[in-house]
Design a protein around this ligand. Structure first.
Ligand code: CMC
Length: 434
């Protein structure tokens, strides 16, 4: 038995049971309740996983009270200032930051797999032009697994690694294809001489008619958006990928499930919702009307909240927001957009909310989505594509988490239990007697 234990007693005569308490390297201890059902015939009930750790993980750590986010022990601020996104990918997937030589090799490997199978272009043409990019991306990701029969076995580390490289390499191509298709422009093939972020920007915004020069400030901003969204421990889409992959399905199919989950407005869709809110305020009077909107956001009966403020886990501040704010100001200055009415509105709204006792006393600070929506809008990314870019970044976290799960000796197919509250056993009456 472990040094620390927890004992559960029952009022129905079931004998008391003692569980080991397992320590993490950081964060709360966990009570290992796995023997509970075998010993007592009872389950625990924790809808929404409010107090349940679904796995042990070494990848990401969040301390919501301190406003801390670590990838493999490195603070997000440190990584965002000193590493590019592909170094962060290597860190998340392999556990350590790469040496220069390892990084150059990885960079080359990723950039040489950026093209998608030509057949994907025909597949794409089946979609309506006005389809939501996340619907398109979910479909494309599912289709991708049909193109790589050599990597279907999730239990083979080599095949998993091949899938990881393909995913990192091809996600930007697929997201930009979804965009180009929606505006009726030709797909732009990757240019492997560019950086990961630069290549993505070119595939998004270049046309075959003119040369395209990547703006370095925008390239850095895109790289940072990707780094900040790369992983966030056991969030809904990551848990979806883990659960899906736990059945032994192929890695790309499991990632497709993650894309579908991320689409939801309670998860990846928040930056889109934030931009829509800004547009609405702008259309109804702009800066002059902020006071009225703030009153509405504070009124529980209004049914609207200040989007881009507050966080379930970060109760102090969101460390990603500080970095995104920095990038936001850099991008607006670079593009000469400081006086653009929408961006002025966002900055004024941020200032007023941060001075308002309602938000201050509830520790409601801007989250990463408040600024990432503004940055993406300034770069020229259409609002419905925001979540697809989030998916591009998060696919690294998904694949790292999937690999960790499969390699874990304690790995089992995920199979939650339930508290059944439906009908007890009853007899079927023949149709003419019902
Ligand atoms: N605007 C106005 N009031 C708010 C807001 C907000 N954005 N967020 C929370 N509150 C109030 C809430 O009404 C409650 O008030 P009271 O104590 O008087 O009852 C208090 O603040 C505490 O909020 P909560 O309901 O305990 O917070 P929660 O953990 O349930 O919600 C949240 C977290 C992110 C869903 C919420 O803050 C929210 O809806 N924010 C706006 C949407 C948003 O920006 N979401 C993106 C989050 S970042 C995504 C990511 O990390 O991937």
């Amino acid at each position: 038995m472990a040094d620390k234990t927890a004992t559960l007693s029952f009022s129905d005569g079931t004998p008391e049971i003692t569980f080991p308490i397992l320590e993490g390297s950081l964060g709360p201890d966990v009570i290992d309740i796995r023997p509970l059902y075998n010993k007592t015939g009872k389950f625990t009930y924790d809808s929404g996983f409010l107090s349940t750790a679904s796995c042990s993980s070494t990848i990401t750590y969040i301390d919501g009270e301190k406003g801390e986010l670590l990838y493999r022990g490195y603070a997000i601020d440190d990584l965002a200032h000193h590493c590019n996104f592909l170094e962060v990918c290597q860190l998340l997937i392999y556990g350590e930051l790469p040496t220069r030589e390892q990084h150059e090799k990885f960079n080359k490997l990723v950039l040489h797999h950026t093209m998608v199978h030509e057949q994907m272009h025909f597949f794409m043409r089946g979609f309506r032009r006005d389809a939501h990019p996340m619907a398109v991306l979910t479909g494309l990701m599912g289709a991708m697994s049909a193109f790589y029969p050599d990597s279907m076995n999730i239990h083979d580390p080599k095949q998993r690694e091949r899938s990881a490289i393909r995913l990192i390499s091809k996600m930007p191509t697929l997201v930009s294809m979804a965009y180009k298709y929606s505006i009726g422009e030709p797909f732009i093939y990757p240019d492997n001489s560019l950086s990961y972020a630069g290549n993505f920007l070119r595939m998004m915004f270049a046309t075959p008619c003119e040369p395209y020069v990547v703006n370095q400030v925008i390239e850095r901003a895109m790289d940072r958006i990707l780094t900040l969204h790369a992983d966030h421990e056991q969030n809904a889409s990551t848990s979806t990928v883990r659960l899906c992959a736990s059945s032994g399905t192929n890695p790309i199919a499991a990632i497709a499930a993650g894309v579908a989950c991320l689409w939801g407005p309670a998860h990846g869709g928040a930056n889109e919702a934030c931009l829509m809110m800004l547009n609405e305020i702008q259309a109804n009077g702009g800066v002059e009307k902020i006071g009225e909107y703030i009153t509405k956001f504070k009124d529980k009966n209004s049914g609207v909240r200040l989007m881009g403020f507050g966080h379930r886990v970060y109760r102090n501040y969101d460390p990603r927001a500080k970095l995104m704010r920095e990038t936001c100001h850099e991008v607006l200055a670079e593009l000469g957009l400081q006086d653009d009415p929408l961006f002025k509105l966002a900055m004024t709204l941020e200032r007023i909310a941060l001075e308002d006792d309602y938000f201050v006393s509830r520790k409601l600070y801007p989250n990463v989505d408040f600024y990432s929506g503004i940055v993406q809008k300034a770069i020229g990314i259409p609002v419905p594509l925001f979540t697809a870019i989030f998916a591009l970044a998060r696919s690294i976290g998904w694949i790292a988490q999937l690999n960790e799960m499969i390699a874990d000796p304690e790995y089992k197919i995920g199979r939650p239990r339930q508290r059944y509250v439906g009908e007890k056993l009853r007899k079927v009456k023949p149709l003419n007697e019902r």
